[in-house]
Design a protein. Sequence first.
Length: 479
Amino acid sequence: MGFFSLVLNNSEEAPLLPWYHILLVYIGYTMILVVSYFWEYLDKLLGKKIYSVPPGYSPLLKEFDSFYTRRIFNRINDCWDRAVYSAPGSWINVSARTDANAPVSKRRCLNLGSYNYLGFAGPESQTITDVKETMKKFGLSSCSPSCDIGHTVVHEELEKLLAQFLGKEACMILGMGFATNSTTIPALVGAGDLIISDSLNHASTVFGCRSSGARVKIFKHNNMDSLETVIRDAIVYGQPRTHRPWNKILIVVEGVYSMEGEVCKLREIVALKKKYKCYLYVDEAHSIGALGKTGRGVCEHAGVSFDDIDILMGTFTKSFASVGGYLASSKEVVNQIRQHSYGTIYEPSMAVPSLQQALSALKIITTTELGAQRLKALKENSNFFRKALKDRGFQVFGDEDSPVIPIMLYHASKIAYFSRECFKRNLAVVVVGFPATPLLMSRARVCISASHTREDLEWAIKEIDEVGLKSCLKYGKSE
């Protein structure tokens, strides 16, 4: 097993499989590539132009990217390109056609793919009336950045309520979740600063770190020994060439990692942050409203004081069923970002009806019995579904209480098979493979909602169990 140990020890995630399974995964990908390259070269021999390049010019497109998209991805793109014809509640209407020119037919499916954690995205949501009233009063769009005339009384109310909810002095709202990370991190750090980022942080965080001008160092996912080593080395050796001390060090992690379903080790991270006098930025996109007894996220879940986190970031696209994101911190930090973030200077502010959706959802969570019931239901549903899959022999990643539950597929051929078989059984699931995951770590990602009934989940488990038997997916041990 020497070769496979060498390969896996260099990767952040390692498959929990015997060597012969890993060998079969590699053989499967090799066969796909060999057959695809055969047809690629055959087309070239027959004179078929893949894409034209003007004489004397180098190709504008990357050849392998084009090849991978045409020959591999497009063969199974029906697994990702199914149109949804309804609100993303617990049940959705999904297009069943496999060809763009075919007539549209709809299939009613149990929704196991949307981030509708607390059920506010469904057609029966209690927030709809408030949103309609706000739409009549404010219209559909702000049509202006928040630093100009795009800041309304609804923006102000939501920011104040969020700041109170998160135990912070101030809060600011941006119109896009991705932009909340990608445009605010460059406003916090720059040349002479150091960012220490988890290796599995979201693409928006990666983009923000790279565009900040700060030096970026990576630590192994959720590995506290690796994090401490990186911090110590950074302090000891300082900046490259000059070895001067860093102006500041910012640790960036996520509350719940969206592809793994794992909760960050916040207590240990805070201890290291205090020990070495670093700042801490926590992305709570998947943990706010989903973790903690009152939905306050990973801090409440881990029993960590909100005062120990310098910057709390989150989005409204998951638990709040809206769009946009927020950043909560001290007044000085929030004011600094308002003045320097591209997201507040150039982007239109968040549309007021979308704000009202998030505001109404937050009020339900914080002030009503319905909110408490939904938080409890989400936790119970998540743990029930995870345990049931493990009991049936599936290999499931992620931590207890996390609403994100990855089911490991590994083999390239099983990505399409699992998706199509589940769809035949009226289950809407999300499958993920390379390059969104490491080559050996293909998976189906299930997202649980408080709106799922126990009958829904029991039926889904029965159907997935049958698909798992047919496709030999039970890599774990039945309990």
